[in-house]
Design a protein around this ligand. Structure first.
Ligand code: CA
Length: 235
């Protein structure tokens, strides 16, 4: 998952960024003013925006309005120093999904961020299941059947993203854009390495394969029976 933080207090932005990187395993980009925040939000693929309200160049509320007007549905979590009811109601009506008054507890921000990311993917429950594979995204624990699967942090991120989109086919570009920050193009060759690691740890010992490569299209995490549909040419 990939998050954009738009926040002009640099130290706060960096604290939130490292929390999201270390505790949620997200890729994070940071913008320190509203104009560059809007530009980044509109040109990259994000799974969540964390948006401060009082920003130089362009205010957070104006950024949110423009972002929603251009059709983006990515969840937005507002950080606000103003806790007046009116501005919060206005922001929620303008398309914000949640808000957190400053100063806030980093643990609460992480929990809200994860919940918003899940809801944004249409999967509000913290337990993602595909056949007998279980991914607890709150605790980042993976089980296949009764066995706990030990994954590297990057393998986990690839798996969580595929599970959040299951049963859809996810292209390599989509994976890269959601797993890395703005440097993503550099990492083009490593996805195959993570996929083969996941396959070894999740599928090797089981008769039913869950990780599927669809040549020329991408990857899908789903039970065999779902994957067969793709082999039939569309009518
Ligand atoms: Ca500010």
């Amino acid at each position: 998952m990939r998050v954009l933080i738009v926040e002009d207090e640099e130290r706060l932005a960096q604290n939130v960024a490292s929390g999201l990187r270390q505790c949620a395993g997200y890729a994070v980009d940071v913008a320190n003013d509203g104009e560059s925040g809007l530009f980044m939000a509109e040109t990259n693929e994000y799974d969540l925006l964390v948006l401060d309200l009082m920003l130089p160049e362009l205010e957070g509320s104006a950024l949110l309005e423009k972002y929603r007007k251009s059709g983006h549905e990515t969840p937005v979590l507002i950080l606000t120093a103003r806790d007046e009811k009116q501005s919060i109601i206005r922001l929620l009506n303008a398309g914000a999904d949640d808000y957190l008054p400053k100063p806030f507890d980093l643990g609460e921000l992480l929990a809200r961020a994860k919940a918003l990311v899940r809801r944004g993917k249409g999967k509000p429950h913290p337990l993602l299941t595909v056949a007998d594979l279980e991914i607890n995204v709150a605790e980042r624990i993976v089980r296949r059947g009764r066995t706990i699967v030990q994954l590297t942090p990057m393998e986990y991120r690839v798996l969580e993203y595929l599970a959040s989109r299951t049963p859809a086919v996810v292209s390599k570009t989509e994976l890269l854009e959601h797993l890395y920050d703005y440097n993503w193009e550099k990492f083009g060759n490593v996805i195959e390495v993570y996929i083969s690691g996941l396959r070894r740890k999740i599928d090797c010992f089981s008769k039913s394969k869950l990780i599927h490569t669809l040549r020329g299209h991408g990857y899908a995490l789903r039970a065999d029976s779902d994957a067969k549909r793709d082999k039939e040419p569309a009518a």
